[in-house]
Design a protein. Structure first.
Length: 581
């Protein structure tokens, strides 16, 4: 089999001298060429350490007789942009990372690749790019940061900030939380979007078994990166591509794992977009179907008790999959060239779980606690919950669907009829919440924040302001066509589709309309107008009249990447990928 890198050398005579000028050695030119693409940069803790893994992957490629070339496309940090217009760039950045991977690979094709990322958009963007270029490749996940003192983790900062705004804590306590919430490199230490997507990469069969969501400071992670470099060379020689590995059954496995870990609702944007790159169809209904009656097992924040650092100590993705084993497609292929079932059997035989137990023992000593594996990953027959972790709601308010993470929602809010309080921006809504202009029984709407409206930012601070308020957190709901951080808790409903900017019913809601929420029945309906119950036919008539009078808001971004994104983004329930047909 002729390697594409060698064919390129014959087609482009300037390629060899230019690479020699870059620092390649003459004998490197004849080797299997591996693109090592990462989101390394000083942008945030999840990417600041990745060059160590890049060098390890290049070392592994060299050990296997290949040569690794370093490429970079640094990602942004959702956390650093929260509460500002900077967060509007977040989802669009996923598309740009995938685009840069396409450009890097197709401009000068490589024989194989290692992709290295940690965080919210770097992970899905890399996986989308990996599927799009479809060359033999391995995904290396950059791991998770350590917990701080008192097991402090970053998602708690929203709570501290809201408490400070309400005068419940002083500036000194807030500063303490800020200074100690991120004590090391790695993704934030809770099962937010970054951690969820690291787990999804392994669950899809695209990372080496047992490698997802290690502590970023662990020497094991560096070893996994080195092994990934070696495996990428082998994959290039074997010609095994992502499209040979990932099928709809792989996505079904990943979504079942997503239910077990109470993964981020943002995975409902990312997995469909990744599947789309392979011509596969995954949507909100796929998630809802698989989550129904699925067992929720992982006792980690934000829905559970412990920081995500403990995931690996309890056995990581393999331990989750062992609990789910009777319900998984064990015959799916993985990057090892073996099936999922074969990988799980090898890990058990090779002492993987004993090594993890050693790390758990060390963590117990470090933090002065006494956790067993079953405190972190519950047995399948003794789950935390038995209806997955998310639900897709539908009704005349969300004909295409809306998403709620019900494992993080108070049970009191599973069924309620609420009064609509619509706001056309997050800034207006959070001001009303923090200054007590929102009352129990309200349904707070934040609209025009979908992909076509403002780029689909997260409503993290607003959700934290609600969930950290003891009364409001159990008596109101937050409904938006935007999205939520994977760290969000409380009665929050996102991805409401069609979005307001596209003329969806969420744009037509008025003050005092009655909203019915029923998580178990998967219902999100407008059931009354201006405080008065109406029949469905009457509701439809009122909405039709309001639609005639409705006009889309002026475009928020007239140029640049957000103009492109707002013009071409698909529905959130399809994955909000760029759609040009």
């Amino acid at each position: 089999m002729e390697l594409i890198s060698q064919k390129m050398r014959t087609l482009a005579p300037e390629l060899d001298p230019l690479r020699l000028g870059t620092g390649w050695k003459p004998d490197d030119l004849d080797k299997v060429q591996i693109m090592v693409e990462s989101t390394f940069g000083d942008s945030h803790p999840g990417s600041g350490h990745l060059n160590r893994l890049v060098e390890a992957a290049c070392q592994g490629a060299a050990e296997a007789g290949g040569h690794g070339a370093r490429y970079f496309c640094t990602d942004m940090c959702d956390g650093e942009s929260q509460g500002t217009d900077g967060i509007n760039y977040s989802l669009a950045s996923r598309e740009m990372i995938a685009n840069m991977i396409e450009i890097h690979e197709n401009a000068t094709p490589f024989d194989g690749a290692v992709f290295i990322a940690s965080c919210d958009k770097g992970m899905p963007g890399s996986l989308m790019g990996m599927m799009r270029v479809n060359i033999p490749a391995v995904m290396v996940t950059g791991g998770v940061m350590n917990a701080g003192p008192e097991l402090l983790t970053l998602e708690q900062l929203g709570m501290y900030s809201a408490q400070y705004e309400r005068g419940e804590i002083g500036e000194e306590k807030l500063c303490w939380a800020k200074e100690n919430a991120c004590p090391s490199c790695g993704a934030c230490s809770f099962i937010g979007t970054a951690s969820s997507m690291q787990i999804m990469a392994e669950a899809l069969g695209l990372s080496l078994p047992g490698s997802a969501l290690l502590p970023a400071t662990s020497p094991d992670l560096t070893d996994y990166a080195r092994r990934a470099g070696k495996r990428a060379v082998e994959l290039a020689r074997e010609g095994l591509r992502p499209s040979d590995i990932v099928t709809i059954r792989s996505f079904e496995n990943a979504i079942l794992v997503h239910a077990a870990i109470s993964g981020s609702t943002n995975c409902l944007l990312h997995l469909p977009a990744i599947a789309h790159e392979l011509g596969l169809h995954v949507d909100g209904d796929t998630f809802d179907r698989i989550h129904r009656n699925a067992h929720y097992l992982l006792n980690l924040r934000p829905a559970g008790q412990w920081p995500a650092e403990f995931f690996y100590y309890a056995g990581g993705v393999p331990a989750i999959m062992e609990e789910l084993r009777p319900y998984l497609h064990l015959d799916v292929m993985t990057v090892t060239g073996k099936t999922l079932g074969e990988n799980l059997d090898e890990l058990r035989a090779d002492g993987f779980y004993e090594r993890c137990q050693g790390w758990l023992d060390e963590a117990n000593r470090k933090y002065g606690i006494h956790l067993a594996k079953t405190d972190i990953i519950k047995p399948y027959d003794d789950p935390i919950g038995t209806d997955g972790s998310i639900a897709v709601l539908r009704g005349n308010l969300a004909p295409l669907g809306a998403v709620i993470k019900h494992t993080a929602c108070p049970k009191e809010m599973f069924s309620a009829t609420l009064r609509a309080r619509p706001f056309d921006s997050e800034e207006e809504a959070i001001d009303a919440i923090l200054h007590h202009r929102v009352q129990p029984g309200d349904a707070v709407f934040i609209r025009y924040e979908g992909p076509k409206g403002s780029g689909m930012p997260e409503m993290f601070y607003t959700s934290e302001a609600i969930s950290s308020d003891r009364e409001l957190g159990r008596t109101i709901a937050l409904i938006t066509d935007g999205r939520f951080s994977g760290a969000s808790t409380g009665p929050v409903i996102g991805h409401c589709s069609p979005e307001a900017q596209a003329g969806g019913p969420i744009a037509l809601v008025e003050e005092g309309d009655l909203i019915r929420l029923d998580v178990k029945e998967r219902v999100l309906d407008i059931v009354g107008i201006l405080g008065e119950q109406k029949t469905p036919e009457e509701i439809d008539a009122v909405l039709a009249k309001r639609k005639q009078q409705w006009k889309p808001r002026p475009r928020k971004y007239a140029r640049g990447v957000l103009r492109v994104f707002s013009e071409h983004a698909a529905s959130p329930m399809e994955g909000a990928y760029l759609k040009f047909d």
